[in-house]
Write a protein that binds this ligand. Structure first.
Ligand code: SAH
Ligand code: SF4
Length: 372
């Protein structure tokens, strides 16, 4: 990075912006196509590795742009070998987490997400999932979340979000595999960093490059209502997951502080409008905390809240964190909760959080003393 801090990061540019920049330098769109394919099909580490460029274009790219890969500061595997968690460094010294989940037996569920259905092993190989961060830390302050306990650092740029996907794609390519699923469930609240997140998704979905299909991308939000409304108005093609954790405002506000700003009535109205306007299902996430939100009456309340809605519930047993003393719900209690949801006609899945043995839940590598 000898180019100084004002050089544009190529990963920040949309395909159209890249075309405009090269056009200003006197190159036709054909060359922008070559560069784009070099970045996102060949995963080139720099302009010198992009095939077919004229030497003067290569030299100008090298002089006036950077390609900011994110160096691996730490990598940690779960004991079951299914999860590899990376701590990736940013140019200002901050770090974020990006997780690669391999599922030899990942079910071909509707969301294509990182989930397992107890007792049902699927057999399709190579359906890897990348869990991507959108911010350094998070401003939302959910009490059980390691990222929330860190507080807000800053928004990621589009290029920093894209570079995480490029990193995972490189790792997979070295194993002869390709990335299929992306979940925006790493550090941060994607709808609090709306523009950068959408710009990054445009790049990773672009069929001339990484070409991740929108139906295999899931954006998870804590319930930022204006963001959900904007996703709906803009008809964004990715799947939506909404973190609920409670079906009453009083209890939800204790777990998820933004619930005070966007109460359930407003949140559910935005969710219903989304499902109707886009004719799509929403995945509702519910972190199961022993004795807090896992009673049968909690399940009934959730069933009533989502009545008549095109919804699927993902139940996530709490992954314990240093800053919160709650415990996960046990397997039998989770199944009893599911049975009540089924009575209400609500489909649900218990999602096993993988890699708990390496303290590799959301935000937990970045806050672990041994890696800081
Ligand atoms: N900010 C977004 C996306 C990142 S968090 C959101 O909140 O939806 C992704 C999911 O992990 C959320 O559903 C969140 O509630 C859940 N989560 C965070 N910390 C957790 C923990 N310690 N145990 C279980 N689930 C957790
Ligand atoms: Fe932020 Fe999501 Fe963690 Fe809440 S759960 S603090 S919104 S990352």
């Amino acid at each position: 990075m000898s180019n100084g801090s004002t050089s544009v990061n190529l990963y920040d540019l949309s395909r159209a912006e890249l075309g405009a920049r090269l056009a200003a330098w006197g190159y036709s769109d054909y060359y922008a196509g070559l560069v784009w394919a070099g970045l996102y099909r060949d995963l080139a580490a720099g302009p010198e590795a992009i095939p077919g460029l004229r030497p003067e274009l290569r030299a100008r790219l090298a002089a006036e742009t950077v390609l900011s890969a994110l160096p691996v500061r730490a990598a940690i595997d779960s004991a079951d070998g299914h999860t590899r968690k990376y701590l990736l460094g940013l140019s200002d010294g901050a770090a974020i987490e990006t997780v690669l989940m391999y599922f030899r037996g990942q079910p071909a569920n509707a969301s294509g997400r990182a989930m397992t259905i107890p007792g049902r092993a699927a057999t399709v190989p190579g359906r890897a999932t990348a869990c991507i961060s959108t911010q350094v830390g998070c401003a939302m302050g959910c009490v059980f979340c390691a990222t929330g306990q860190m507080g807000f650092g800053r928004h990621l740029t589009p290029g920093e979000i894209v570079a995480q996907v490029v990193h995972i794609e490189r790792v997979l390519r070295a194993r002869g595999e390709a990335l299929r699923n992306i979940v925006l469930m790493g550090m941060g609240e994607p709808l609090h960093n709306y523009d950068a997140t959408m710009a990054a998704l445009e790049t990773v979905m672009d069929h001339r490059g990484l070409a991740i299909a929108p139906r295999f991308i899931t954006l998870s939000t804590v319930g930022v209502v204006p963001g959900i409304r904007r996703l709906t108005a803009e008809r964004r093609p990715v799947r939506l997951a909404v973190s609920l954790h409670s079906a009453t405002d009083a209890e939800r506000s204790r777990l998820v502080p933004p619930a005070r700003r966007w109460p359930l009535a407003e949140l559910m109205a935005a969710c219903r409008d989304y499902t109707v306007a886009l004719d799509r299902r929403i995945f509702f996430e519910w972190t199961l905390i022993d004795g807090q939100n896992d009673s049968l009456s909690d399940a009934h309340a959730l069933g009533r809240l989502l009545a008549g809605m095109n919804a699927h519930v993902n139940l996530i047993p709490l992954n314990p964190t240093l800053g919160y003393d709650g415990q996960p719900t046990t397997g039998p209690a989770a199944r009893a909760f599911q049975a009540v949801l089924a009575e209400h006609g609500l489909p649900s899945t218990v999602r096993q959080r993988r890699g708990i043995d390496v303290a590799a839940g959301c935000g937990q590598l970045a806050t672990a003393p041994s890696t800081s």
